[in-house]
Design a protein around this ligand. Structure first.
Ligand code: WT7
Length: 658
């Protein structure tokens, strides 16, 4: 598919705020300006006020205690307050909306009945799961790894951990046994929660058998709690495996929420970086929940009674903040979808929107591009008149996709919030607010309250005050849902985010600030690539490749891909005596899939007799990126190459698609 041909109407350059919309919106332009100024001029006062959106067991008196100073990076919010996150997401709603639906579960198979789980039922299920975990020996501060599909039990498991003060670490169900084992070991988990098998797109993922394989490489003491999703037969090891459904039936339906400090960890979530293996991002309880719930309400202009659907997986931060914690803290009805956008056909998203009368819909540009390529008839069939706000996240959205989303899905009447944020930021950092800001297709527009973006010169590290300008994007001060540390490695935290540009949080993205002061994210400036909205460290794929017996060396870069945004391009040097072949290409692809997971599968593998290196042996990725983009004319300075002929050979191979 070519993106150009999908563009039937002209993409507008600016869409003004709808006055109609602004009338009922929580935040209009005037309010935004006043609140934003207050949040920057007096963060203490601002957050002291907005922290009250939660129920605290012991109210905080300290609001902000944060330092970005190299060697002393320390981030604390509401540090003397105590609360329980699960009680905030469930218990406090019981009196006013106990019978309201908290979670709508839409199964993979459209013929299987959807479930409507009320806040009361959610309370019971979470209490039961919490008691089951306690029975398995889980206590406050212990880690629990969750390896579940998109089923209500995933939310129960998260909230059950929060209820008893355990720290959850969710591993996306698409990750391999090796990746799972690394994460179980990384946080020394006591329990791994999984399911028998997981239906997805009409196929099934063998989660329990993946878990079995992973558990061969962990401590013997790790217990495995198995949720029945399909009833498929699985291997069973007595004394290690526990049947969740059986235990839940026996478990007490009340469990007291544990009093937690605002700064007690709520969860760990692994994410890829430019170097090394994925790191465990740590989020804590109070600040995270304040910010997740506030952004959920204001960015999506969520109102009482609205049905909210975020299509992400709970295995990513988007699912944490905008399927579970943000919406439930606000007493919303949140939809959990087990399936994929194209099953049984490319109309599934819109069928689900119609069926459940979805009001806010939040998805990724890659899904929009894939569906746009399938034709408009899949959208036109459905009544989407309940939609009020559309959102995107994960990567920059190209104007053609934005326009299609706006016209075909939103019928020109739903503001689109393009939300820029990261696993590390816990919640939205920059986005238009639907009742406050004009929209520019492809721009994340404005910072959310309390966020102070700055553009730095990449060389000097100096702040650039000009408008318009371009540079690296940093954040000048802390916000409540900022990650606190890398699990078990505070030094890595400081080094990754606070050492390149002293005194700032460095996001890893580049950006442009236009003549109106609006922000445009231009993509990663490090060795991280963004594949279908998922972050992938090129180093991770490289280390998987070189772990193969026939591979001597590998270098991985991103290249433009119509649907995925970026594809994974691998240059591979084989061991002496190994012959390149299509079979070997396939073998390497399968190898990476099993080492990391399907999301890391190489799109293109080019045989490289040698890799371009500096005299000190550093691979010059800039050149490899250009070759992958077929941009041979602009290779830049190649004078520092140890052996310039390597490049000619790579170009020739690329031209021959060898
Ligand atoms: C990276 C973070 C946070 C949820 C999903 C991804 C890119 C994210 C946008 C956007 C342009 C975006 C950035 C960022 N990104 N949202 N709206 N426009 N780029 O989370 O895996 O932590 O990845 O995704 O490059 O650094 P993540």
């Amino acid at each position: 598919m070519s993106l150009d041909h999908a563009n039937e109407t002209q993409t507008p350059s600016v869409v003004p705020v709808s006055e109609e919309f602004a009338k009922t919106a929580h935040i209009d332009a005037e309010k935004y300006a006043a609140l934003y100024d207050a949040s920057i001029n007096d963060p203490e006062g601002f957050w002291a006020e907005h922290g009250k959106r939660l129920d605290w067991m012991k109210p905080y008196t300290q609001v902000k205690n944060t330092s970005f100073e190299p060697g002393k990076v320390d981030i604390k919010w509401f540090e003397d307050g105590t609360l329980n996150v699960a009680a905030n997401c469930i218990d406090r709603h019981l009196e006013t909306r106990g019978d309201q639906t908290a979670i709508i579960f839409e199964p993979d198979n459209p013929d299987e009945a959807a479930q409507h789980i009320t806040y009361k039922q959610l309370h019971t299920s979470v209490c039961r799961m919490a008691n089951v975990l306690e029975e398995l020996g889980v206590r406050k501060g212990d880690r629990v790894v969750i390896y579940l599909p998109m089923i209500p039990e995933a939310a129960y498991a998260m909230l059950a951990c929060a209820r008893i003060g355990a720290i959850h670490s969710i591993v996306f169900a698409g990750f391999s046994p090796d990746a799972l084992a690394a994460r179980v070991n990384g946080c020394d988990a006591k329990v791994l929660i999984t399911a028998d098998t997981a239906p997805r797109g009409g196929r099934k993922t063998p989660l329990k058998s993946n878990a079995d394989a992973a558990l061969l490489h962990t401590k013997d003491t790790v217990k495995c709690l198995v949720v029945k999703r399909t009833g498929d037969q699985t291997t069973w090891i007595d004394g290690r495996d526990y049947d969740y459904n059986e235990m839940a039936l026996e478990a007490n339906d009340y469990c007291r929420p544990v009093e937690m400090n605002a700064e007690d960890p709520l969860f760990i979530l692994y994410t890829s970086g430019s170097t090394g293996q994925p790191k465990g991002v740590v989020h804590t309880s109070g600040g995270y929940l304040v910010y997740a719930s506030m952004t959920h309400e204001y960015v999506f202009d969520y109102h009482e009674g609205d049905i909210f659907w975020c299509t992400a997986d709970v295995g990513w931060v988007t699912g944490h903040s905008y399927i579970v914690y943000g919406p439930l803290a606000n007493g919303a009805t949140t939809l959990m979808f087990e399936g994929v956008p194209t099953y049984p056909d490319a109309g599934r998203f819109w069928a689900v929107c119609e069926k459940h009368k979805v009001n806010q819909f939040y998805t990724a540009p890659t899904a929009i591009r894939a569906l746009m390529g399938q034709g408009n008839e899949f959208v036109e069939k459905y009544d989407l008149s309940d939609l009020k706000v559309l959102g995107t996240v994960g990567e920059p959205i190209n104007p053609e996709a934005w326009n299609w989303y706006n016209e075909q899905v939103g019928k020109g009447k739903c503001p689109i919030v393009d939300t820029w944020w990261q696993t590390e930021t816990g919640g939205h950092m920059m986005t238009p607010l639907p009742g406050a800001h004009a929209l520019k297709p492809g721009s994340a527009m404005k910072p959310f309250f309390g966020v102070k973006p700055v553009v730095l010169d990449p060389q000097s590290g100096e702040e650039i005050h000009d408008i318009p300008t371009e540079g690296v994007l940093c954040i000048a001060d802390s916000w409540p849902s900022q990650m606190r540390t890398v699990w078990g490695d505070h030094e890595r935290f400081e080094k990754t985010y606070f050492s390149d540009y002293k005194g700032y949080y460095f996001a890893g993205d580049g950006c442009r600030r236009d003549e109106d002061g609006d922000y445009w994210i231009t993509g990663r400036v490090d060795d991280v690539i963004n594949v279908s909205g998922h972050r992938m460290g090129t180093a991770e794929v490289e280390s998987a490749l070189v772990a193969h017996a026939k591979v001597a060396e590998a270098a991985v870069v991103g290249y433009p891909h119509d649907i995925k945004g970026q594809g994974i391009y691998c240059y591979v040097t084989l061991m002496n005596g190994e012959e390149p072949s299509d079979e070997l290409r396939q073998e390497l692809r399968t190898w990476v899939r099993t080492e990391i997971g399907p999301i890391a599968a190489p799109d293109l593998i080019q045989w490289a007799p040698g890799l371009p290196k500096t005299r000190s042996g550093k691979i010059m990725r800039r050149i490899l990126r250009k070759i992958a983009e077929d941009d041979f004319g602009a290779l830049g300075d190649t004078s520092t190459l140890a052996d310039p002929s390597v490049v000619d050979e790579l170009i020739e191979n690329r031209m021959n698609r060898a």
